[in-house]
Write a protein of this length. Structure first.
Length: 246
């Protein structure tokens, strides 16, 4: 326990041993102190310099030698009080200035709010997350942008997704990009007609999350899930506006 208290003052075990040796010896040269503290001479010299800088030890010249003296033990209490004052000042600066300034450096959402998934297993986890999140909300509804090329990859790892969605009484609104796709129970669908090929993409908006699924290669789906109420709200505004125009 005492070691922990001394450590709070920045004193290591060898510093304490040297200080105690000095209290016992009175004014003494380095060699005598080192022998009494059972610390090698070089280390004793470095420790004495550090203790002197902290005001715990003083020295006086005697011929070509220095005699070191330990100050009264009350100096340790003074040292603790000074540290406490500095810590209180630091805490005040952290609260009033430094922490607010550091918060301004953060992006709207941190890396901890973004999760990446790969392959069929990853896509299944994302689809299950959609079901679980939406079924726990008062309004069991989510919105989707979906293109035809992604559809055959989407439910391959989770073929019962639609059946489970219906069983949980979850509604979905889909804006289909390009041809294809049919409305199912508890779903509404509108189309954006396009000319030429369409990239494989699927965006699910289920506040407070958005999931973006695409293809990293011809047959390898990947997904990004963003857990951000602000991002999800913005995406929902875009979806609702477009839905009203179609």
């Amino acid at each position: 326990m005492d070691d922990e208290i001394f450590a709070q003052l920045g004193l290591e075990a060898r510093d304490v041993a040297i200080y105690k040796a000095l209290l016992t010896l009175g004014p003494s040269p380095i060699r005598t102190i080192a022998e009494r503290a059972e610390v090698n001479r070089g280390t004793t010299y470095e420790c004495l310099k550090a203790l002197q800088q902290q005001g715990i030890v003083t020295y006086s010249p005697k011929g070509k030698r220095r005699l070191f003296t330990a100050r009264e033990p009350e100096i340790l209490l003074q040292l603790a009080e000074e540290r406490q004052q500095r810590l209180s000042l630091a805490m005040g600066q952290l609260k009033s200035r430094i922490i607010p300034e550091l918060h301004h450096l953060k992006p709207d959402f941190s890396a901890a709010n973004v999760q990446f998934y790969e392959g069929d297993g990853g896509i299944e986890m994302v689809l299950r997350d959609i079901l679980n999140q939406v079924s726990a909300q008062p309004e069991r509804t989510y919105s989707v942008f979906s293109s035809k090329p992604i559809r055959r990859h989407l439910y391959r790892p989770f073929p019962t997704f639609t059946a489970q969605r219906i069983a949980r009484e979850i509604r979905v609104r889909v804006i289909a990009i390009g041809d294809g796709g049919e409305s199912a129970e508890l779903s509404e669908r509108k189309w954006i007609r396009t000319e030429g090929p369409v990239d494989a993409a699927y965006i699910a908006i289920y506040p407070p999350r958005c999931a973006i699924i695409s293809l990293a290669s011809d047959n390898y789906p990947t997904a990004v899930v963003i857990d951000s109420a602000e991002v999800a709200a913005a995406q929902k505004i875009i979806f609702d506006t477009l839905w009203g125009l179609l």
